[in-house]
Design a protein around this ligand. Structure first.
Ligand SMILES: [Zn+2]
Length: 273
């Protein structure tokens, strides 16, 4: 197990664990692009194939083949980002709490936690990462699959720790409430209807105080947006995000937020990038 972190990105190993195809992009796509461009070895785990997501344009996919289309969209996105080690756990995605899709036996929200943790621990053992990234406990906007992956990856990292406590740095990818507020305000100021209600702004996302680490990814915003654009079935040309001016999007997407969770007292590697 790692006991120290390398001085150069080219010797860094990173494991990113997310629930759905496209979860990697919005809040951590800039960091992933920076790491890949620096020569870091990055492995991306995606728990589900996005089977029950939206289809923005019926010419792109059918409900029957959406899972295959979204796998390819993620491969395309990661080709843009510079990541070729992509692992699907092949669960079916769940809906928000109470959705019918959550009764499906292969829904990720019904997955046997011990089985998922074992698979993730095996990938940690294989890739020996210095850094593990995953969702934060809020699930961003509370999605059960995001919360599940947070719990599973956190448990896998704990299992991977040496008896002397050496373990990868575990970071949660944050979407701070303050950032939700800024997105909301930038839209409201321009007469754009935000995708969430103003009273949701204080309950969505990561509590601001949990953020430990702010990473400037402005040089990587174009790559981040190009990668996100590969998730074509999930994008709406007339959606509220696409109505914001380019410089505002660049500004809001050019900063990413993380929480260093463990090991206790570890040096904050991402803060030094
Ligand atoms: Zn998601």
């Amino acid at each position: 197990m790692r006991t120290s972190t390398p001085e150069s990105l080219s010797r860094l190993s990173v494991l990113a664990c997310f629930a759905h195809p496209d979860d990697e992009g919005f809040a951590s796509g800039g960091l992933l692009a920076m790491l890949a461009a620096g020569g870091a070895r990055v492995t991306l785990v995606c728990a589900t194939n996005g089977d029950v997501g939206e289809i923005s344009d019926p010419s792109l996919a059918t409900p029957e083949n959406l899972w295959q289309v979204r796998q390819q969209e993620l491969r395309n996105a990661m080709a843009v980002t510079g990541i070729d080690d992509l692992r699907f756990l092949n669960y079916r995605d769940s809906g928000m709490d109470g959705a019918d899709d959550n009764r499906h036996p292969n829904a990720y929200c019904n997955a046997d936690a011990a089985a998922v943790v074992s698979r993730l621990a095996g990938i940690i053992s294989e890739t020996n990462p210095h850094v593990v990234l995953t969702h934060d406990p809020s699930g961003g906007y509370g999605h059960p699959d995001h919360k599940a992956m947070c719990a599973h990856a956190t448990a896998a990292v704990a299992r991977a720790a040496d008896p002397d406590g050496a373990a990868p740095l575990l970071y949660y990818v944050c979407f701070p409430r303050d950032v939700f507020r800024r997105w909301w305000q930038e839209m409201a100021d321009r007469g754009i209807t935000p995708p969430f209600a103003v009273d949701a702004v204080d309950s969505l996302g990561t509590p601001d105080a949990d953020v430990t680490t702010i990473v400037d990814v402005l040089p990587w915003v174009k790559v981040k947006l190009e990668s996100l654009a590969c998730h074509r079935t999930q994008l709406h040309d007339s959606g509220p995000f696409s109505q914001l001016p380019e410089d505002v999007v660049d500004m809001l997407m050019g900063t990413e937020f993380y929480q260093l969770v463990s090991p206790p007292g570890a040096a904050d590697l991402l803060a030094t990038l």
